[in-house]
Each structure stands twice: as C-alpha cells, then as structure tokens.
Write a protein that binds this ligand. Structure first.
Ligand SMILES: [Zn+2]
Ligand SMILES: [Zn+2]
Length: 381
C-alpha cells in the first residue's frame, strides 16, 4: 500500500488560535479540541459559530479509533467526510445569515470555518472554496476593509479561472460580490457591468424570475437610486418586489390550502415553511425592508407601491412564523417584527391584491377569511 497515514498529533505541531492562527494559550473547556490566543477571540468565536458546532468538532479533531477491518476503516472515513460536509453547510448558512443581518463581525469566524472545512474535504484549489471566499469578501466589505475584500475576491476569481467545471451559480455569486466591491469603491460603471453579469448567470442557473436572480436586480436598483436615475431604480425595485411576491404568494396559498384540509381531517395544526433557509429569509427581509424604506420616502407619488411591499413582507413574516424549522428564540424575534404588521387585516390585504395582477386570481380561489384568520387568531402562535 502506498498510502501514508498521518499521525494524529504530528511531531512539532503547534496549537493555533481558531480565529487568527497565532500560538494558542487557551482551550475551549466544553470540547477541549479548540484553541485560542486569548479570551477575545474565544468569545468572538463562541458568539459567531462555536456554540453551535462545539460538540460536533470533537469527533473531527480526536484521532480515529482503531478499526479491525478495511471495511470499517472506510466506513469511519466516510462518516468523517459526511460530518465535515454538514459543518461546511452549517457554517456557511450561519455566516450568510449574519451578513444579511448586517452583523459582519460575527460572520467572519463562521465563514472562516466554512473555508477550512472546504479545504479539508475538497483540497486547496477546488472551486468549492469559492463560496467561502466570497462570504469572507462580503464580510470584509461590510467592515470597511476594502483591501482584504479585494484579496479574497482575487483568490475567488483565480480559483474560478483555473476551474473547468464552475457552475453558473458560482459565476453569479462572484460577479455579485465584484459588483458590491466596485460599489464600495464608487466605481459604478464596473459595478453595473458585474451586476449585469450576476443577473445573466443567475438567470441561466435558476431562471429569470427566480429569487436567486433578485439580488442582482436589487443592487443594480440601489446604484440607479444613488445616481438619482429614479425611473430605472423604480422599474428594478418593482421587478424585485414582483419576484418575491410571486414566490411568497405561491407558498402562502399552499399553506392556506393545506391548513384548511389538515384541520378538517386531523383536527391539528398544520406546519410548513417558507422553503427558504435562514440566510435566504434574512436576505428577503433585508431586500424587502430596504425597498419598503425607498417606497415610503416616495410614497406621495405612488402609495400603492408601498402597500404592495408591505403585503409581501406580511406574507414573509406570516410564513416564517409558521415555519416548522423555527427555533424558539427566532420565533420570539419574528413575533416582535410581526407586531408591525398586525394592523394589516384582511380588508387591507385584499385591497392590496387588487393592483397586483399575479396574486389576484389565486387569492380569489379561497375566501379571504380562510387566508387571514390564522394570522389574527391567538392559536396561530
Ligand atoms: Zn486569535
Ligand atoms: Zn468547544
């Protein structure tokens, strides 16, 4: 056999800080496999991601047990890979959610973890590293560290250039982040070029009316809004609103129908969700709230546009509150947000739909009381 199995703790290996890779002086007491240079980085890591993955790291960082057969050993290795892949996704989603919530500092440790696990599983030059580089770039941009963001982006660009099997989805993400970088540098010409590419690749990957394409339209609209080209901005904001309206309205209808049937048959509450992960929900809130702010500042001209966005946000919060995935702290936060939208009763919602051609026919299928009553009744919580 030509395979070399590394020692569990190779000679001369120094223990490094999880966050900055400086020599470590502390260890996490709960898992005893994670090290830090000091209490500052330990706290930062705990608050960002370590609390969620502390126990998951133990099997990854302790030496593999002694296996009696090659079969068992292969099985052990496969399990290890599965665990790492799970951690990649978990850290990525957590970091993304922080970014959409504007908590860029918290996003960095989680994004770094996602990058490291990707390197372990896929190697140093795999295109799988690109999403993690892009997250780190976005977090750096949010923290005003433009140079660092550029470094991460050029690493991502280089990896994409070398790769022959890069998906449209990753091309789209790369261009979106380059667009954001040039926006931060106030080079709007370049930013527009990259955002147009983002929309093109996202449309190739998912379709022109897909929520994954809405981010590109949204940032492009922000550029035009900043440049006072209000007509163009308005058209793009409307496009984004319509994409989210269609998506959420479809889910809203499914929930309403399922709820009616389920309560009749089984007499118990039906639970479903938005079909979005936590990061996508945070993105939806960020995009729709920004559009709402823009609409409210110009609502004298077109109040119906403000109400349209309010209606979409209402559907989003409603679906999130009924999410079977929702954990209790998140639900509590959602409930706070919900108070803002409680005044939107059935009359308002049905009047909103009167100027929304896409949602009108589907809302008419079932009566308004069925659609709305779960929101306003106390049992909906
Ligand atoms: Zn450190
Ligand atoms: Zn720990």
């Amino acid at each position: 056999m030509n395979v070399i199995y590394p020692l569990a703790v190779p000679k001369g290996r120094r223990l490094c800080c999880e966050v900055c890779e400086a020599p470590a002086e502390r260890v996490c007491g709960a898992c005893t496999v994670t090290y830090y240079c000091g209490v500052v980085h330990q706290r930062a890591d705990w608050g960002s991601i370590h609390e969620k993955i502390c126990q998951l790291l133990i099997p990854l960082r302790t030496s593999m047990p002694f296996y009696n057969s090659e079969e068992e050993r292969q099985h052990g290795l496969q399990q290890l890979q599965q665990r790492q892949k799970h951690l990649i996704e978990l850290c990525y989603t957590v970091a993304q959610k922080y970014i959409f919530e504007g908590k860029h500092e918290d996003a960095v440790p989680a994004a770094l973890h996602s990058l490291r696990f990707r390197m372990n599983v896929h190697g140093l030059s795999s295109v799988e590293l690109v999403p993690a580089y892009l997250l780190l770039a976005e977090a750096s941009l949010g923290l005003g560290r433009v140079v660092q963001a550029e470094e991460y982006l050029s690493q991502a660009q280089w990896t994409v250039l070398k790769s022959t099997e890069c998906s449209y989805a990753i091309h789209s993400l790369l261009h979106r982040n380059l667009g954001l970088l040039y926006m931060a540098k106030e080079n709007y010409e370049e930013a527009r070029y990259h955002l147009a590419n983002d929309i093109y690749f996202a449309s190739c990957a998912f379709g022109t009316e897909h929520i994954r394409a809405s981010g590109g339209y949204f940032h492009l609209a922000n550029i035009f809004n900043g440049l006072k080209k209000l007509d163009l901005a308005d058209t793009l904001y409307t496009k984004v609103s319509e994409i989210w309206n269609k998506y959420l309205n479809d889910h809203y209808q499914v929930l309403s129908q399922a709820r009616i049937q389920q309560i009749d048959l089984l007499g118990k509450r039906f639970e479903t969700d938005t079909g979005l992960d936590e990061a996508q929900e945070a993105e939806a809130i960020q995009i729709l709230t920004s559009i709402l702010n823009v609409r409210e500042s110009t609502s004298n001209k077109a109040p119906q546009k403000t109400i349209f966005v309010l209606k979409i946000l209402f559907m989003l919060y409603f679906l999130m509150m009924n999410s079977s995935k929702a954990s209790s702290p998140r639900k509590a936060a959602n409930l706070k947000q919900r108070e803002k939208f409680l005044w939107l009763d059935s009359a308002v919602l049905s009047s909103c739909t009167s100027f929304c051609p896409q949602s009108k026919p589907s809302l008419q299928k079932s009566s308004d009381t069925h659609n709305i009553s779960p929101v306003l009744s106390p049992t909906a919580q």
